[in-house]
Ligand binder design. Structure first.
Ligand code: WT7
Length: 657
């Protein structure tokens, strides 16, 4: 377990819902919520069945709720049919919401006239999605085909996702920070027929040239499934163009017919594949399907964020992560909400950009990551005090444990004591939020995500699956299937069962450690496997190790995390080089760059330490605990008597680059 737990235990104040907030909340009556929780706990499948009926428009109503006969591959609402783009767009266009803003986008550059802002009403968003859906068909994309989306934070990202959903194509969004190698891997694994990208995007005042990366990823024959590339002209910078393969977004839109009815799809039709790191091997492509996912994200969105028609909701995540899928695109739009989307970085052009956006647009709900909050704390209060943040009424966090100091700062400085904070725990695998407060009724304590959402059965167990008593640490598991859960790993059913349902046979293991307090509230302690959390991004140590050993001068590598005050964890790599190599700072730099090239900048080690050998047990296993202690600068403790070579330790301790 990581070291953040000690940090979590330092704040004992609690924060009941502000009076005004509770009075207006969707769920503001504690007695009613307790009854609802009890009812959902008694029959989770029936609860989710009600949710799916109430919150979604079905073309053919379902009669079954959960089918667990093929466990651990769940089916939810399997005999019903629907379309998620219909639920996110058309049903709102049949009401007064057709003229409501669905999406308000702001670009990063600020010109003479201010920033570029594009607003799409529900009607306009639906029109764009229908046209692009027809464009996809023109390029030969059919129901069930996979489409890779490698786009920046521009409206076309949401349009492309919804257009895929409309015709039953399966999107696989790849975060724009991933390298050509990583993009190519994902195109090969999904056998994507098409890649949708942009010439470039603006970030911190510079251009991120995505199309160049796509060209490398698709170089001659390495992704044989890919037949076409659609390119959004965002920055109008010069790019290479491959006639026949490359298509301009605008030309495609102009050529496409305007009307495209939503395809009627079975509830279990695949919606998207999203890759995430595990403790071993290559990233896993988690498959999410339509009906259950839609029900889960729609209801959690409304209840956890107390979402109402007059809200302006802003989530600062990127659509390349599951947070962007569930709580920028599908959850908010399915509820008919107005979503704000921002292209760029928080310090561009100045460190007050986020607060400037909140003030100008009058954002009411703001959802971000603890690592961002710690960055803002380090920047000081001046950029914040320049702005009026009185429109805010609810704040959220996601991605990693929030330390109480950051929580209290968020509450006081951003929320001005007025806004509840929803600390939301979930994962790429879970599809949507599983543990979070219901803000109208929950008394908040900094550092705990509080309780499982109604209909979610979470527990803390020991290594053999026995529930742990109050305050005892253990493994966080989910005992009952839920509708948003991933259905499988794309192309590898057995790996899905093995990765998630084998540690405690038949029960979903999250990979996180946690404890439960006397009130039954969950305190997440971080990963217990070899997965790091750097700035809320999940990185498998094995992936970084594979990237390092792929370098011609590296013999062996072991990667661990060390606590970092801003990013949560930082990557430290212990490396042995091939005989006679000069272990210089220049080589360390080259190795860091090499990892960025292989995976992406987010996986670049903060530190490389060279050693003649890595500490191993007599059976040859790398002693990771020891390396973690070395990396975090702690004195090495515990039993090291099985070390092959104790002198190795001395070199490692002294070998910072
Ligand atoms: C891992 C999942 C869910 C979208 C973003 C990350 C950690 C996530 C919290 C939280 C403590 C959290 C866990 C989890 N995590 N939210 N509120 N408190 N830890 O999705 O990349 O799939 O990562 O992020 O360790 O297992 P992801």
């Amino acid at each position: 377990m990581n070291d953040q737990i000690s940090n979590l235990l330092t704040e004992s104040r609690s924060f009941p819902p502000p009076k005004g907030f509770a009075a207006g909340a969707i769920l503001g009556d504690a007695v009613a919520v307790a009854a609802l929780r009890a009812r959902a706990a008694a029959d989770p499948a029936a609860f989710w069945g009600e949710v799916a009926r109430e919150d979604l428009r079905w073309q053919k109503p379902f009669t079954q709720t959960l089918d667990w006969s093929d466990a651990p591959h769940a089916k939810w609402f399997a005999d019903g049919t629907l379309n998620l783009s219909d639920n996110c767009l058309d049903r709102h266009c049949e009401t007064w919401r057709r003229h409501k803003a669905a999406l308000i986008w702001e670009g990063e550059p600020i010109g003479d006239q201010g920033p570029e802002i594009r607003t799409f009403t529900y009607q306009q968003l639906r029109d764009a999605v229908m046209r692009f859906a027809n464009g996809l068909k023109l390029l030969g994309v059919q129901c069930g085909d996979r489409v890779a989306i490698y786009l920046p934070m521009i409206p076309e990202a949401a349009i492309a996702m919804l257009a895929c959903a409309r015709i039953g194509a399966v999107h696989s969004v790849v975060f724009g920070g991933f390298s050509a190698d990583a993009l190519g891997d994902r195109c090969r694994d999904t056998e994507a027929k098409l890649v949708i990208t942009a010439d470039a995007s603006y970030r911190r005042g510079s251009l991120i040239r995505l199309k160049d990366v796509v060209d490398v990823a698709l170089a001659e024959g390495v992704c044989p499934s890919v037949q076409g590339v659609v390119v959004v002209r965002r920055a109008h910078c010069p790019i290479a163009w491959q006639p026949g393969r490359d298509h301009a977004w605008h030309d495609l839109m102009a050529a496409a017919q305007p009307h495209c009815p939503p395809t009627e799809l079975p509830a279990e039709h695949p919606l998207f594949i999203l890759y995430t790191s595990g403790s071993t091997g290559k990233p896993k492509g988690l498959l999410h399907t339509t009906g259950g996912y839609a029900a889960h994200v729609t209801r959690t969105m409304r209840w956890v964020f107390d979402l109402r028609d007059d809200d302006l909701y802003w989530c600062t995540a990127d659509v390349g992560w599951v947070t962007g899928h569930s709580y920028i695109v599908y959850g908010p739009l399915s509820n008919g909400a107005t979503v704000l989307m921002y292209e760029g970085a928080p310090q561009s052009p100045e460190k007050d950009r986020f607060w400037d956006i909140i003030e100008r647009h009058k954002v009411t709900i703001f959802y971000t990551a603890p690592t961002a909050l710690r960055t803002f704390m380090a920047w000081g209060e001046a950029p914040i005090l320049k702005h009026d943040l009185s429109s805010l009424r609810l704040l959220g966090t996601v991605g990693e444990p929030i330390n109480p100091a950051a929580w209290v700062w968020y509450h006081e400085v951003i929320g001005q004591g007025r806004c509840p904070i929803v600390d939301t725990w979930w994962q790429t695998e879970t599809g949507g939020i599983l543990i979070a407060p219901l803000p109208g009724v929950e008394t908040l304590v900094p550092g705990t995500a509080t309780q499982p959402f109604p209909g979610i059965v979470a527990d803390i167990v020991d290594n053999v699956g026995k529930s742990q008593p109050t305050d005892a640490g253990g493994l966080l598991v989910i005992r009952h299937p839920w509708p948003g859960m991933a259905r499988t790993i794309w192309g590898d059913r057995d790996r899905y069962a093995d990765a998630y349902f084998s540690k405690i046979p038949g029960i979903y293991f999250t990979g996180d450690g946690a404890r439960r307090d006397a009130k039954g509230h969950f305190w997440i302690m971080g990963r217990v496997d070899d997965v790091l959390n750097v700035s809320g991004h999940r990185i498998g140590t094995s992936e970084v190790e594979s990237a390092l050993v792929a370098h011609a001068l590296v013999a062996e590598a072991a990667v661990v995390g060390r606590p970092d005050a801003v990013t949560g964890q930082a990557i430290v790599a212990f490396v042995t080089t091939l005989g006679g190599t000069d272990n210089s700072p220049a080589l360390a730099q080259a190795l860091r760059a090499h990892v960025a090239k292989e995976i992406g900048g987010l996986a670049r080690p903060a530190e490389i330490r060279f050693a003649a050998a890595l500490p191993k047990t007599r059976s040859g296993k790398i002693m990771r605990r020891l390396l973690r202690e070395l990396a975090s600068g702690n004195g090495v403790s515990g039993d090291v008597t099985t070390l092959e070579d104790l002198s190795v330790l001395e070199t490692l301790r002294n070998s910072e680059d």
